[in-house]
Write a protein that binds this ligand. Structure first.
Ligand SMILES: [Zn+2]
Length: 359
């Protein structure tokens, strides 16, 4: 429809008017060309900043964009780089995390020496075995001999690098207030022994050595000066009984060797269970320091241990040894050697971890 109407208009134009129109159109064309040239010039002048935002697009556009661009606007090109750089997001997240976590340098702890509990049997009002001389005066008390040996042994063990817990360091008892320590309704010697076990457990001892001396009197009260020998008790009913037995055997052997070295052939009465003197009337007759939980033992000792009876005070020759300071010193060294041998045997068995086991 539109094309048909234009054809109609051309056909009906007069000649003069047609010439004017061509003149106007020529003029128009001249001005249009000038305007187009000006517009092209302006576009060319303005285009570089708008059409080349990045280096990549500028490089790819080089063929299409005319050469004059770079010649006409040379000052604009150096300002390109800043558009690329400003994107600072990814950097800070990675760096600060790892350098702080380095705690693996410290674990080189020097092994803590074993803590040896030394129990000097008896003390205070409890003298243990008592030897009376011909004039009826006290010659020797077991409690004093045990304490002298314990103090000697403490010094030797400290010199050898052990830690030592002394159940008593003087002539006293732990339960002097006469408390019912094991709460069995009776206050007796068991409460003193329970107080000692509690102290040893609280100290965290790794090994227990209780030092006593033996004595023997015939039932009719007559003396037995030829009954003597060395014996060592352990408890066979504990989770660590194998260690207690090993320690007992070492103590027994070291003591006999020490006396042998001094020229005394002491009778070997062996390593005995602490239920040796169990009777039908007293079926749980464990030694309080060594045994498991019973009606009398409220809180058992928690480490391997033994009770040593190296000599009979009622034996003439053995009494002389007990009173001799050099022989006592040698006996203390024998205990220390047994402790050394015990820990050496643990090292050889490659089982250093569970010294202190529970029931
Ligand atoms: Zn005793």
């Amino acid at each position: 429809m539109a094309s048909k109407r234009r054809n109609d208009r051309e056909m009906h134009l007069p000649r003069g008017l047609e010439r004017d129109l061509t003149r106007v159109s020529i003029w128009r064309c001249g001005t249009l060309l000038m305007l187009l040239a000006a517009a092209w010039y302006l576009l060319a002048a303005c285009s570089p900043s708008a059409t080349s935002p990045t280096r990549d697009s500028a490089a790819s556009a080089q063929t299409t964009v005319a050469v004059p661009m770079t010649q006409m606007a040379p000052s604009k090109t150096p300002s390109l780089p800043p558009t690329v750089t400003p994107n600072p997001t990814p950097e800070p997240t990675v760096t600060p995390v790892p350098p702080t976590a380095t705690p693996s340098v410290t674990p080189s702890p020097t092994p803590v020496p074993p803590l040896i509990a030394i129990d000097a049997g008896h003390g205070g009002r409890d003298l243990g075995a008592v030897i009376v001389n011909e004039r009826g005066r006290i010659d020797v008390t077991e409690s004093n001999i045990n304490l002298a040996l314990a103090i000697d042994l403490e010094g030797i063990l400290l010199e050898r690098g052990y830690r030592v817990f002394m159940v008593r360091k003087g002539d006293y008892e732990l339960n002097e207030e006469r408390r019912d320590v094991n709460e069995d309704g009776v206050v007796d010697y068991v409460d003193e022994l329970q107080a000692r076990v509690d102290a040893i457990n609280e100290a965290g001892a790794d090994l227990l050595l209780s030092i006593h001396q033996n004595s023997f009197v015939w039932p009719d009260g007559s003396s037995a000066p030829d009954v003597g020998g060395t014996l060592t008790f352990y408890c066979a009913d504990r989770s660590f009984s194998d260690k207690s037995l090993r320690f007992a055997q070492l103590v027994q052997a070291e003591i006999l060797a020490a006396f042998q070295e001094l020229g005394h052939d002491i009778r070997d009465r062996g390593v005995l269970r602490d239920t040796e003197f169990r009777t039908a009337a007293n079926p749980d007759a464990y030694l309080i320091l060594l045994g498991p939980e019973t009606k009398r033992i409220a809180r058992p000792s928690q480490m391997p241990g033994i009770l040593s009876e190296p000599l009979f005070l009622t034996h003439h020759e053995e009494l002389a040894l007990v009173k001799d300071e050099t022989a006592r010193r040698r006996l203390s060294v024998a205990y220390a050697d047994a402790i050394d041998a015990y820990y050496a045997s643990l090292d050889h068995a490659n089982e250093p971890s569970d010294e202190t086991s529970s029931e």
